[in-house]
Every structure is written in structure tokens, then in C-alpha cells.
Design a binder for this molecule. Structure first.
Ligand code: NAD
Length: 345
């Protein structure tokens, strides 16, 4: 099995590469290596194409040269706060780039022989944020209407629609997944969990947006990678599957859990790290709550989350304690932890 993974040097892409290698696949990475493409050490690809997904000639050449049986499309701009400050690159990569990959994949797929055509899949990896924001109750199902609110989620919703269109109009055999918030090793330290871990380790203030009551459903990244593996190998053509962690937490609960776990694992002589928590102005348009109903993937493919939130958090914190060189280089170079996405025009 030969798999082309776009975004292979990113947080989730690298976990997908590890999962595919464990299953014996030959994996070709395709990644532009943007500021976020820093998980190469955790991404043991057999070959890496360093290119932009929005470059039609590069996409076509990668498919023709490496002849994949499956394409897993994860490359994207992924940070909501950055999409508020600068939406243009989100439109270019997430929408135009996905369109270019779909066109290249459809052309490649049409040229395959009958057996390989039947086996081929284009898997688009997306987010639960396309469904908008929930109140105190309810869960997103695969039937929930799209209602994206941020430039990031709108760009992912657009790419989901393009994937559906290429399936219905051109017959491209696609599968799609929409997943909740991930956390784990190699998470770029601009996102809530790794940023909080590192700031807490350095005794810096721990900013919480608004009053900290916004709720996310958290999934350990290796569980997500396994869900993606199950869907790309056994999912039904044309279907979408929601993936979630059964672990709803408010942002404040997440930050407090990090403080308490870190206090236990590496005590701070100055006292409980909860003292570092500070409430800052909210993210503009901050979705209140996301929650996922993953009963379809559980029923059809037998997948369910295997790592609970407290266990996953401990594994994640341990990974950051053990991999200081990886994150120090990022903190000293491309991103030191400054506030992003406060622009509200
Ligand atoms: P990430 O930001 O860590 O990694 C993205 C990768 O894509 C990087 O390696 C980057 O170099 C690459 N990339 C960006 N623009 C590119 C371009 N134009 N051409 C080629 N490569 C490019 O993101 P992630 O958290 O690993 O997310 C991966 C996918 O999963 C995204 O599509 C995201 O929308 C989706 N997703 C993420 C989460 C989450 O919690 N992180 C949840 C659900 C879905």
C-alpha cells in the first residue's frame, strides 16, 4: 500500500505517517514546510516532496512519480487566531490548494487501470468547526448543517464542499472526516494545550480567553490517526465520519488540569502554577461549544477513543518535558508565544 500524505510534517500528519508505517505502508509525504511544518522528526516518510498543494504541476508530478493507492489530504493552515489576523493564506491553501489536489487526484485516478481505480481513495481531513457553535447541550452529527464562523472554519467548510462536489460530479472516490480538537506530541506551541504547558514550565502567565467557559471536545492525536487509518482503508466511499474524544472540557478546566498535572510531575518551588492563570480579552467570534457524536464511525468501523483526557494530558506533558530541544528551537525562532488573533475589525 502506497499512501501520499499532504501535511505530513505537521502535527496530525506526522501521527498519521507513524500509524501508516506501523501498518507496513510506503508513505510519501507532501509538504511545503511552512512555519507549522516542524514535525519532520516524528514523520518517518519514505520520501518527502517539498511543494505547495496549490501548485498544480508539483501535485501532478508527485502523483505520477510516486503512484499512490491512497491520498490523505491534511495540509492546511490550521490556527483560528492566525486566520483572524491574516485570512488570505487560509483561502489560498485551504480552498485553492484543496481544489488543486482534487483536480490532480481526479486526473491521476482516471488514468489508473481498473483494479487500482477501484482501490483508490481521496481522504479529506477536516474539522468539527465547520458545524458552527453549540449552546450548553447537543452534539454535532454528520447531518448537522454547516455554519462556520471563523475564516479558518469557513475555509475548511469550503474545502469539504469541494470534496463532495468532486465526488458527486466527477465520481472521485472520496471519504471525509470531521474531527474535534486534537492534542499530543509535536503540537505546535501556538495552540492552547502546548502553549499552556510551555508557559507554565517557564513560569509565564497563562492567558485564558474571556472567562474560560468555552467548551471543546479533546482527542489524543494518536487516536485520531487511528480513526483516519480505519476510514481510509475501510470507510464507505462518499461517506463522512465524525471523530471525537468524549472529553468535553472548558478551556479553564484544561488550563487548570495542565497546572495540576505539571505541579505533580515537576513541582514549582514558587507554588501552584494556577497562580499564573490570567483572563484576557476574548477571541473575536469565539465559538462557545463543540461536541461530537462519533457513533457512526464506532458503529461502522469499530473505532472509539482509547486514551482518556487525563492520561493523554500526562503523556503529552511528559513528551514536552522529554523534548525540550524541539520546542526551544521553535520558541527561540518562529514563535515565542505572543498573542495572536486579537484583531476585531
Ligand atoms: P499543522 O498546522 O500542525 O500542520 C499543517 C501542515 O501542512 C504543516 O506541515 C504545513 O507545512 C503544511 N502546509 C501548510 N500549507 C501548505 C501548503 N500550501 N502546501 C503544502 N503543505 C502545506 O496542522 P494539524 O493540526 O496537523 O492539522 C492537519 C489537518 O487536520 C488540517 O487540515 C486541519 O484543518 C485538520 N484538523 C486539525 C485539528 C486539530 O485539532 N489540530 C482538528 C481537526 C482537523
Amino acid at each position: 500500500m502506497r499512501v501520499l500524505v499532504t501535511g505530513s510534517a505537521g502535527f496530525i500528519g506526522s501521527a498519521v505517517v507513524r500509524r501508516l508505517k506501523a501498518a507496513g505502508a510506503v508513505v510519501v509525504g507532501y509538504d511545503k514546510l511552512t512555519y507549522a511544518g516542524v514535525a519532520e522528526a516524528g514523520s518517518p516518510v519514505d520520501a518527502l516532496v517539498k511543494a505547495d498543494i496549490a501548485d498544480p504541476a508539483a501535485a501532478e508530478a508527485a502523483l505520477q512519480t510516486h503512484q499512490p493507492d491512497l491520498v490523505m489530504h491534511l495540509a492546511a493552515e490550521s490556527h483560528v487566531d492566525r486566520s483572524i489576523d491574516g485570512p488570505a493564506v487560509f483561502i489560498q491553501t485551504n480552498i485553492v490548494g484543496s481544489y488543486v489536489m482534487l483536480e490532480a487526484a481526479a486526473r491521476y485516478w482516471r488514468g489508473l487501470d481498473e483494479t487500482r481505480r477501484r482501490r483508490f481513495r481521496f481522504h479529506h481531513i477536516s474539522t468539527d468547526e465547520v458545524y458552527g457553535s453549540l449552546g450548553q447541550t447537543g452534539q454535532f452529527t454528520e447531518q448537522t448543517p454547516y455554519d462556520p464562523r471563523s475564516p479558518y472554519s469557513a475555509s475548511k467548510a469550503a474545502s469539504d464542499h469541494l470534496v463532495r462536489a468532486w465526488s458527486e460530479t466527477y465520481g472521485l472516490p472520496v471519504v471525509m472526516t470531521n474531527c474535534s480538537n486534537n492534542y499530543g506530541p509535536y503540537h505546535f506551541p501556538e495552540k492552547l494545550i502546548p502553549l499552556t504547558i510551555l508557559n507554565a514550565l517557564e513560569a509565564k502567565s497563562l492567558p485564558v480567553y474571556g472567562d474560560g467557559s468555552n467548551v471543546r471536545d479533546w482527542l489524543f492525536v494518536e487516536d485520531h490517526a487511528d480513526a483516519l487509518y480505519q476510514v481510509v482503508t475501510r470507510g464507505r466511499i462518499g461517506e463522512k465520519y465524525n471523530v471525537g474524544g468524549d472529553a468535553e472540557r472548558t478551556n479553564l478546566q484544561v488550563v487548570q488540569a495542565i497546572c495540576d498535572t505539571l505541579d505533580e510531575m515537576q513541582p514549582d518551588p514558587a507554588g501552584s502554577r494556577r497562580r499564573l492563570i490570567t483572563f484576557v480579552s476574548d477571541r473575536p467570534g469565539h465559538d462557545f461549544r463543540y461536541a461530537i457524536d462519533h457513533s457512526k464511525i464506532t458503529r461502522e468501523l469499530g473505532w472509539r477513543p482509547s486514551v482518556g483526557f487525563e492520561e493523554g494530558l500526562r503523556l503529552t506533558i511528559q513528551w514536552y518535558l522529554d523534548n525540550r530541544a524541539w520546542w526551544s528551537a521553535i520558541r527561540d525562532g518562529v514563535y515565542a508565544g505572543e498573542r495572536l488573533g486579537a484583531r476585531a475589525e
